[in-house]
Design a protein around this ligand. Structure first.
Ligand code: NDP
Ligand code: 8X3
Length: 253
């Protein structure tokens, strides 16, 4: 098993949900943590309760300049990032493609695709140079299975999948690994964000079923990262037992 003692992990979107759970799991396993996200107060609070040293980093992954500046000037002890969990992301809206907001589409592309690429590009050279590292990307079942209103959200997660696989191709021969984790429904603020603060609509998403928890995903992230260095888990697809696949939708006339 790969130990995380002496390793540094950076989690984007560590201020809530899956990212927060991943930060906790990685810290409990011995890693030092860089906690990135926009809500600094939440990052500070998390840093204070982690069992190993943690550095809160207020960062909007959509800003290429902010990403490049802040990741090239991480403080001593946190600058050699070994594990990157590209978790920051969101879905916005569930309108059909012909009615959806172009602004929402842009925000999803800017965060889920461009933000993920900026952070990865900033940290990957160091991993390759040190010949040790692991990039864990939060994809989604939406990458493979379309659903009504998923449109650009699903497309961004398909991007995450292809980028992960292609990066893996580039990194053969190095000790830098890449994993795409593809969850189904996880109960977090994801739906609250998707429905723009409509708590009632958000809670209906998980009503009467048992969704995955952020801790379930953190367990998987930790498992992929702690495999022996020769093992690369390419993709993990995981759903609640209560979630399944829809039939093809056929309009009969
Ligand atoms: P949450 O809304 O609970 O958390 C999202 C996190 O992303 C927050 O910490 C938020 O931090 C951060 N974030 C969003 N935009 C930015 C930004 N521009 N810059 C920096 N950080 C940002 O949702 P989840 O925990 O559920 O989502 C985490 C990831 O998991 C996402 O990529 C999502 O697509 C994916 N996922 C979620 C599933 C689910 O059912 N919940 C299923 C499959 C995948 P802050 O607002 O402080 O910046
Ligand atoms: C989030 C899972 O099914 O709500 O990625 O799109 S789903």
């Amino acid at each position: 098993m790969q130990t995380l003692q002496g390793w540094t992990a950076l989690v984007t979107g560590a201020s809530a949900g899956i990212g927060e759970a991943c930060a906790l799991a990685l810290s409990q396993a011995g890693a030092r943590l860089v906690l990135a996200g926009r809500r600094g107060d939440r990052l500070e609070a998390l840093a204070a309760k982690l069992p190993n040293p943690a550095h809160p980093l207020v960062l909007d992954v959509r800003s290429r300049r902010e990403v490049e500046t802040s990741l090239s000037s991480l403080p001593a002890g946190f600058s050699d990032v070994d594990v990157l969990v590209n978790n920051a992301g969101l879905g916005l809206g569930l309108e059909p493609a012909h009615e959806a907001s172009l602004d929402d589409w842009e925000t999803m592309i800017d965060t889920n695709c461009k933000g993920l690429v900026y952070v990865t590009r900033a940290l990957l050279p160091g991993m390759v140079k040190r010949n040790r590292g692991h990039v864990v990307n939060l994809g989604s079942v939406a990458a493979s299975y379309p659903y009504p209103g998923g449109n650009v959200y699903g497309a961004t997660k398909a991007f995450v999948h292809q980028f992960s696989q292609n990066m893996k191709a580039d990194l053969v021969g190095t000790r830098v690994r890449v994993t795409d984790i593809q969850p189904g429904m996880v109960e977090t603020d994801f739906s609250l964000v998707r429905f723009k603060g409509d708590a009632q609509r958000a809670s209906k998403t998980y009503e009467g079923m048992e969704a995955l928890t952020p801790g379930d995903i953190a367990d998987i992230v930790l498992w992929t990262v702690t495999r022996p260095a020769r093992v690369n888990i390419n993709v993990v697809e995981v759903m609640p037992a209560d979630q399944g696949f829809g039939p093809f939708n056929i309009k009969r006339r």
